[in-house]
Design a binder for this molecule. Structure first.
Ligand SMILES: C[S@@+](CC[C@H](N)C(=O)[O-])C[C@H]1O[C@@H](n2cnc3c(N)ncnc32)[C@H](O)[C@@H]1O
Length: 460
């Protein structure tokens, strides 16, 4: 692999005597990782269920190394949202941002959702995850991954950080900025990054990063915490960007985060550098900062953030829901008391997060959980709802073993023939599961299940 000369000389300067060791790691293969979705399954239960040989990643509780590449990405458990495939070092940033249930969390550069999916898990069902990416096409992938993970209390946006400021000034308790960067830490895993580095290097990205951080500081509540990460080694994009932020915002300070013995020190206090010759993972940088002041931490208290007050919180209007939807809803005890939070927009019904501002001029892809669509007075539940539910939430379920061929055939969009033992299923909606974890919807009729798996997610 041919590395650019200006890159190698700055690495030589940065690493000193470790430089040769760093170069040697290019002959080693990259490690592969998966992260368990602990909102659907505990790590313990997952390890009992999964057919794959896994080895713990030492710096996270729910991350594991795997080796059988194809099988892991094509297994029914993947389509049940039980895990996310993620580069092992990329698991560090979300695991170091101390998200608490009820927080308002913003992932400002979130696509395709590697970190946002973990933030959603740690947030739980209260509070809000706003996941944003300036690229609309990438934000579509982000939405899919959040839905696959079963996240409902979310806002998926595709906006510039500057625009978000008009709506959400000092609104967020926690912010993650996994910044666009020159990607030096990924050269081994994705050699194509070298070419893009030659076209757009650290100086180009430092300008973008500083503008993103400038807005992020204003989006953070007093007392709130912000985690900045990159997958590059360049000091210009890491330490110098943080120093610039501290210079311009005297109310921000660096604070400690949980380390690991093989992480390396940065020249700034408390920041983490991760090198591929020291850990089984690629290169990363992370800094955790806090804003002075105290945070109320809960949007339901009277101290609604000033900008939400300015732009006006969305009003809950009394809405008339179709009878077929109400009948469907009555089957799900977990949703029974939440009708007041539901909203119909162009035939689609959403379970809305609480206290949202009026966002009419923001580019958003999703507000809350899409419950489904009303077509000619008939309610069709959504794929997102299937992923949000557990097997016990719905009265009619069919659980296919993950090694039953029908599980993959269902994911390909085929009808499912029922066995004699399964023939008791009544005509109507069935939540299809694999090993007890929802995959999607089907409709039972005459000994068969008509496939209602979302066509856009079908396995090829
Ligand atoms: C390193 S990637 C994020 C990866 C993501 N956090 C994950 O874990 O899957 C950086 C992202 O920043 C987005 N981006 C670039 N400029 C941005 C900006 N000014 N505001 C918001 N997002 C931006 C890119 O589209 C890209 O998806």
């Amino acid at each position: 692999m041919k590395l650019p000369q200006s890159f190698t000389s700055s690495m030589r300067e940065l690493l000193g005597t470790e430089y040769e060791e760093y170069l040697a790691c290019f002959d080693e293969p990259s490690a592969r990782g998966l992260r368990v979705n602990t909102s659907k399954i505990s790590v313990e239960d997952f390890l009992k269920l999964t057919p794959f040989a896994l080895e713990p990643i030492p710096w996270t509780k729910n991350g594991f190394y795997y080796s059988e590449d194809d099988a892991v990405t094509k297994h029914p458990h993947y389509y049940a949202g039980l895990y996310y495939i993620q580069e092992p070092s990329a698991m560090i940033p979300a695991s170091r941002l101390p998200v608490e249930p009820g927080d308002w969390v913003l992932d400002l550069c979130a696509a395709p959702g590697g970190k946002a999916t973990e933030l959603a898990v740690r947030l739980g069902e209260n509070g809000l995850l706003a996941a944003n990416d300036i690229s609309n096409s990438r934000a579509k992938g982000l939405l899919k991954n959040l839905e696959l993970f079963g996240c409902g209390n979310m806002l998926v946006l595709s906006e510039s950080p500057e625009k978000l400021l008009e709506y959400f000034e000092e609104c967020f308790d926690k912010i993650l900025i996994d910044a666009p960067c020159s990607g030096e830490g990924m050269f081994r895993r994705e050699p194509s990054m070298i070419k893009s580095w030659e076209n757009r290097g650290p100086e180009y990205y430092a300008g973008i990063q500083r503008e993103i951080l400038r807005c992020a500081v204003k989006l953070l509540r007093p007392g709130g915490k912000l985690l900045y990460s990159t997958c590059t080694f360049s000091e210009i994009e890491n330490e110098q960007t943080i120093l610039r932020l501290l210079d311009g915002s005297p109310d921000m300070m660096l604070i400690p985060m949980k380390g690991y013995e093989s992480f390396s020190k940065s020249r700034l206090p408390h920041c983490i550098r991760v090198y591929p010759h020291k850990v089984r993972g690629e290169g990363h940088f992370a800094a955790l900062l806090q804003k002075e002041g105290t945070t109320c931490g809960c949007q339901t208290k009277e101290t609604t953030p000033k900008n939400l007050r300015k732009s006006g919180i969305q009003k809950t209007e009394t809405q008339k829901f179709p009878a077929d939807f109400l009948e469907f809803l009555a089957q799900i005890p977990r949703l029974k008391n939440r009708l007041g939070q539901m909203k119909i927009r162009r035939n689609r019904i959403y379970l809305m997060p609480e206290h949202l501002p009026d966002m009419s001029s923001l580019r958003f892809l999703r507000t809350g959980l899409l419950m489904g669509e009303c077509v000619r007075n008939r309610f069709e539940p959504s794929q997102a709802l299937a992923m949000w539910l557990t097997k016990d939430d719905f009265p009619q379920t069919l659980s296919l073993a993950s090694d039953d061929d029908r599980a993959i055939r269902y994911l390909k969009g085929e009808s499912v023939a029922l066995t004699e033992e399964e023939a008791h299923l009544k005509k109507g909606w069935v939540l299809v599961c694999t090993d007890g974890y929802p995959l999607g919807w089907a409709k039972a009729a005459g000994g068969m299940l008509k496939n209602k798996y979302y066509p856009g997610w079908r396995v090829q």
